[in-house]
Design a protein around this ligand. Structure first.
Ligand code: FDA
Length: 308
């Protein structure tokens, strides 16, 4: 019931200012975000990778409306990649990007601006031996994001993308991307989507997830199972066994701070487990989507306003 309200609030500047100004917000945000800046985030990455986990880093930011900020996003990722290379973390750490932070929504030529900015990031990622995954945002951006993916894959075939099982189109997209060399993270989807493009009910979203998982595991690509849902994780493991996929020919991914015991359990079983680690000052949209996913998170957040 609160989900759609929180998702609408995630795009409101007034709410952004109110939530950011509340003094109790920070400890709750820290559960999901690994610090305001690169260096605290790198401490987290070192700890996770030292314990046998892999990471994908997200420099937080989205919905950029001017070219200078889009360039600043590119520069932040270039600094991040340089720091990963300096620390020798390229083998276990990759990066995730939101194209809206690279200028995708700019009115004049946003698609090309985002492509030019992200291509520089993909170039450096390849040079240091790591990869880029394109996060997926709301449904209006999917064609452009998959177009950018196709362009990047010409030079950097290991570039990954995200598909969201709540979208009706995803079955077709999964089929098109289940090809050799392709890396696809399958998630349920975190945005507020209309009924004309997306399943509205959890059961339908979960069923669609299983259909897309089947396609990805049967294909020749590299499936990345982005979910905390125990049922879907078990189904992915069954599919891996059915298709004789060795550990390392697919992976599991979960968000920083969510179901950490399960992250550990899968890694200890020998599965490749990657943690999505967001960092940076622009945490508001990401944080609100995490609250929207789970009513208990909202209750936890609201309880923190009540003096002990
Ligand atoms: P579901 O929501 O059913 O959760 C299953 C269980 O996981 C819950 O019962 C609970 O125990 C736990 N859980 C899930 N979310 C939680 C939360 N916020 N707080 C606490 N516990 C929680 N979406 C998108 O639209 N575009 C994208 O690019 C990405 N990228 C992405 C990367 C990775 C690595 C992951 C794991 C997820 C995303 N997502 C995403 C988010 C995704 O679409 C989805 O909203 C969340 O993963 C929640 O869905 P689950 O599959 O975990 O199932």
């Amino acid at each position: 019931m609160f989900g759609p309200v929180l998702l609408a609030a995630s795009r409101s500047d007034r709410m952004r200012r109110a939530v950011a100004a509340a003094p109790v917000t920070r400890p709750v945000v820290e559960r999901f975000v690994a610090g305001d800046a690169l260096h605290p985030a790198l401490d987290t990455v070192r700890a996770l990778t030292a314990s046998g986990l892999n990471v994908t880093l997200d420099h937080l930011g989205e919905d950029v409306t001017d070219r200078a900020t889009a360039k600043a996003t590119r520069d932040a990722y270039l600094r991040l990649l340089e720091a990963l290379a300096d620390d020798g973390l390229g083998a276990r750490a990759e990066v995730s990007v939101k194209l809206s932070a690279f200028g995708q929504a700019l009115p004049d030529g946003g698609h090309d601006i985002a492509l030019a900015n992200v291509a520089e990031v993909a170039e450096l990622a390849s040079a240091i031996g790591t990869t880029v995954t394109l996060d997926m945002e709301d449904h209006t951006t999917v064609d452009s994001t998959l177009g950018v993916l196709a362009e990047l894959r010409k030079e950097h075939p290991q570039t990954g993308a995200v598909l969201q099982s709540y979208l009706f189109r995803t079955e077709d997209d999964a089929r098109a991307l289940a090809v050799a060399g392709s890396r696809v993270r399958l998630v349920k989807g975190a945005y507020n989507e209309p009924a004309r493009v997306a399943f509205q009910n959890k059961r339908d979203v979960d069923k669609a997830y299983v259909r897309a998982l089947r396609t990805l595991f049967a294909g020749d690509g590299y499936p990345m199972v982005g979910s905390h849902d125990p049922r879907l994780i078990a189904i992915a493991q069954e599919l891996a066994a059915r298709h004789h996929r060795a550990a390392g020919s697919y992976e599991f991914q979960m968000l920083y701070g969510i179901r950490t015991a399960e992250q550990r359990r899968l890694a200890d079983e020998g599965e490749r487990m990657r943690i999505y680690v967001p960092y940076g000052a622009d945490w508001y949209g990401y944080f609100m989507r995490r609250l929207a996913e789970r009513p208990a998170n909202l209750a936890f957040f609201l309880r923190s306003f009540v003096p002990a």
